[in-house]
Write a protein that binds this ligand. Sequence first.
Ligand SMILES: [Zn+2]
Length: 500
Amino acid sequence: MSVEEKLKLLKEELEKIGKLNSSLALISWDMQTKMPKKAIEQRSAIIEYLAGEMFLLKTSDKMGAITEELLNNKDSMDDVQRAMVKLARKEYDETKKIPEQRYREFIMAAAISGNAWHEAKVNKDFEIFKPHLKKMIDFKREFVEYLGYDNNKYDTLLNQFEEGLTVEKLDKIFEEMKIGILELLEKIKKGNKKVDKDFLLGYFDKEPQERFSNFVLKKLGYDFEAGRIDESEHPFTTSFGNKDVRVTTNYNNPELTYALFSAIHEGGHGIYEQDIPDEFVWTGLDSSLAMSIHESQSRFYENLIGRSKEFWEYFLDYAKYEFKELKDVSLEEFYEAINVVEPTLIRTEADELTYNLHIIIRYEIEKDLINGVLDIDDVRDAWNNKYKEYLGICPSNDSEGILQDIHWSDGSFGYFPSYSLGNLYGAQMLNKMKKDYKDMYLDIKNGEFSKVHNWLNGNVHKYGAVYSPSELIKKITGEELNPKYFLDYINEKYKKIYLQ
Ligand SMILES: [Zn+2]
């Protein structure tokens, strides 16, 4: 059999897996947006069945044999083919280490746990979720044993979101980032400038929020013929192929811009997924290789563009049309209000500086949970104490504390660092984009976003999972990830707001 024929066979197998994966994604989307309460047990059984079928395809002898033969012919393949084979083999090797029965049990438990998290959050009661969280931690600790580890058990989980990332590397990156942020926070505190954001708080009708979010997303390049916006407790993006990429937001927040910035964030993920080339769909290459790169795109749209003054030079008048409450607010006042630096309890409401402290808190807790250093009974206290230590505030209930994020409910330990890494990758990309495209912010001021979109597509989106984050950032900017760009960006931005 020729290499071409073997590649064709592999693609057929990957397509089956991809279609099952898309079906599972559609089912979970429904679960988080529309599903009636009583459906949870039956729904979890459907998920368990489909995930089990996927497990069998990923670990089949056929998959093992084709990927092995293809790996022996690496030199006769191009970058894309090689990446596809490498990824399929990695999935095969890793999934095969986990016993099928335990995998199925995990999938079932994760679905039920997600539901319990939702109930616990609504009731502001961590006790409802605690036994499920414990189960998720135990599963992940067990899986780490199957998968193996060198120095730190948590490394194995980090690797699932970013290959090659270790606690050792991350500690160094986060330390540099943390020092830079704390220094700037100290200066801001000493500067003693008060920024008013009270006009953003209050009750706002859903309809104008929805209209405005849709309008902004359309302008940014999110394709509503290949996607839609719905509502969920925790905003998210999901894709069933590049022609159906859905985002959600939440209009119930007492802060006017929460739903909008969540929609822009998820829209950034969505634009990425819609840009995936047709030939990558259901090949395993149809997303980024690492969540940090995905987050670099969502955070790029949300912050580097969405919280810039130029963006609001264009959009503020439209916002005033929808929200009469803003009629006397100046551009300067609005810009400062959406960039106010203050400790918040909720990660997704945080400013660009303190946001990363929320991530460091989660990172430290996860590491300790997975390594068995922190006990489940002490996790809520650990959370509250770290908020006091890092941000000087303490949650008054679990819903605004340990229950605020969905991630732990399905066992996604190791994901949180991706957000901060995404901030760092994004700022490094921005630095390069501004060199390539000098009128960038001038165009944004005029409501022209297609060139920004084209740049991101041409440098990031169109490659899907072909390159690792370190390969990609080197290819784009000529150097490894360097936190300096993010620190330069925040210093320049916030000094203008707070220290001039
Ligand atoms: Zn995101």
